[in-house]
Design a protein around this ligand. Structure first.
Ligand code: NAP
Ligand code: MG
Length: 494
């Protein structure tokens, strides 16, 4: 029997090989179910980032010139390998992050494979244009890779976000230096290993677990890294923009959110109750697109909550590896404490806890668990209605009219995911038009697909992942002018 991946001492992946950090430093990664160590992982420092950049520079000329279809074929092979190793990846993700195993199997692993497959197919279909210009000239565009890209990934969906970031970058011919979150490096390292098996040339992808303040910051500053793509908090996003100024890096940011999920009085209540629970409690609420502001029309608020609160209370918390578990622990103890601190924040401004509000005891007391929590806020300007909590914590707000709903929905600095529930076609499209958001779900919530653009506006960041937009983000356009038979009068007549 081979050793399970999680029990190995993990190294950095640089130039196609696993190596120790130059400093020899390691960090334990914990199982959030009971806070016990599951693996020791090398910790990248500046010298390791420099080594990875040098490897990427060596790999880039051949990788960018490789036929796009051949690059695509490697990604397609990787998608197959992810499926073939799906159970191992699902268990690894659940062990490291706390995702319920049913979600890791049903969502994280298939979505990761689908993303690599989509962009594998995209590699040779993304093309430049010919542009009708003045007589005698031919003008065409080339879509060229940006170069070496830095990618910094958070801990909420490490496996899936590794694919969202890498797949379009590789399809477009870039080389990558990636830093997974320090608390959830395992699935990304396993992906790096599978990439080598799929035939990815050494140096094209380098995987550097490390601290954000050290390796992450240095990637953002590095003069030879041409672009940085980041998913995480708005505060860190701002720091990355500042660090990127030295060499004017291209920056792509996918930051926080405070998703409005609006239930109008004519909604199918049962569907809205169920969808709204999914919107906030999936992945323990640790999602930038979570429907964390539950906005109810006052006419249906009581009827809605009569169903919603018992549903929230009935969600089965437990060990993520148990197939019956519907909600696992949060990903770290520090984050659990931060989420729980928002109960007091709510109460200090007159908010009322309608469900949850604490940690479960018993068998789960050692872990990073938080009960599904429902809080009623007095005003949409209260802190719990404005700040991203990033946990199984939903803020209920009520409204009287469509106009008031829009004022509340657009009343934060964020603009990422949003949802609305109504049977009125005209209202649905009007609200979709007027929401300050990157994504709108009508009579649904939290749908994603590799073909559909994903990203935000305002303090939720800029740039788009997925689809053709992602290919645009990872390429630069070059305009080529050819004099075919133009007769140009001389500019300087002598
Ligand atoms: P974070 O600091 O933004 O971390 C995200 C990633 O950025 C991690 O890989 C982190 O490394 C790295 N990082 C940290 N400081 C950096 C720097 N100066 N330069 C470059 N990279 C850096 O998020 P967090 O502190 O873990 O979570 C705090 C809050 O952020 C959450 O409560 C939530 O509100 C929000 N968040 C949002 C998302 C999202 O999907 N939009 C994801 C995660 C968190 P380390 O792992 O070493 O910290
Ligand atoms: Mg962990």
């Amino acid at each position: 029997m081979p050793m399970p991946f999680s029990s190995i001492r993990h190294q950095l992946f640089i130039d196609g090989r696993f190596v120790d950090a130059e400093s020899g430093e390691t960090l334990a990664t914990l199982n959030p179910h009971d806070n016990t160590p599951i693996a020791h992982v090398a910790l990248a420092g500046k010298a390791d980032v420099d080594k990875a950049v040098a490897a990427a520079k060596r790999a880039f000329p051949a990788w960018r010139r490789m036929a796009a279809a051949d690059r695509g074929r490697i990604l397609l092979k990787l998608a197959d390998l992810i499926e073939a190793n799906g159970e191992e990846l699902a268990r690894l993700e659940s062990l490291d992050t706390g995702h319920p195993i049913r979600d890791s199997r049903r969502l994280d692993v298939p979505r990761t494979a689908a993303c690599f497959r989509y962009f594998g197919g995209m590699a040779d279909k993304f093309q430049g244009e010919t542009i009708p210009v003045e007589e005698g000239f031919l003008n065409y565009t080339l879509r060229e890779p940006v170069g070496i890209v830095g990618q910094v990934v958070p801990w909420n969906f490490p496996l899936m976000f590794t694919s969202w970031k890498m797949a379009p970058a590789l399809a477009a011919g870039n080389c990558i230096v990636m830093k997974p979150a320090e608390i959830t490096p395992l699935s990304s390292l396993r992906i790096a290993e599978l990439m080598a098996e799929a035939g990815l040339p050494p140096g094209v992808v380098n995987m550097l677990p490390g601290l954000g303040s050290v390796a992450g910051q240095y990637i953002a500053e590095h003069p030879e890294i041409a672009k940085i793509a980041f998913t995480g908090s708005t505060a860190t996003g701002r720091r990355i923009v500042q660090a990127s100024a030295g060499n004017l890096k291209k920056v792509q940011l996918e930051l926080g959110g405070k998703g409005p999920n609006i239930v109008f009085e004519d909604a199918n209540l049962q569907a809205a109750v169920n969808g709204s629970a999914w919107a906030i409690f999936h992945n323990q609420g640790q999602a930038c697109i979570a429907g964390s502001r539950l906005m109810l029309h006052e006419k249906i608020a009581d009827a809605f909550l009569e169903q919603f609160i018992p549903l929230a209370r009935s969600i089965r918390l437990g060990n993520p590896l148990d197939e019956q578990t519907e909600m696992g622990p949060l990903t770290s103890a520090q984050h659990r404490d931060r989420v729980l601190s928002y109960v007091e924040v709510a109460q200090a401004q007159g908010g009322e806890v309608l469900a949850g509000g604490g940690s479960p005891g018993g068998d789960l007391a050692q872990g990073c668990y938080v009960q599904p929590t429902v809080v009623h806020a007095r005003s949409y300007q209260d802190r719990v209605a404005q700040e991203e909590v990033f946990g199984p914590f939903v803020t209920v707000l009520t409204f009287k009219s469509d106009e008031e709903a829009m004022q509340i929905a657009n009343g934060t600095d964020y603009g990422l995911g949003s949802g609305l529930w109504t049977r009125d076609l005209q209202r649905a499209h009007k609200v979709a038009r007027d929401l300050h958001a990157g994504m709108v779900w009508i009579n649904s919530y939290k749908r994603v697909n590799p073909g559909s653009p994903f990203g935000g506006v305002g303090q939720s960041g800029y740039g788009r992942e997925m689809g053709f937009d992602a290919m645009r983000e990872y390429t630069q356009v070059k305009s080529v002018w050819v004099n075919v038979d133009a007769q140009i009068p001389p500019h300087f007549v002598r």
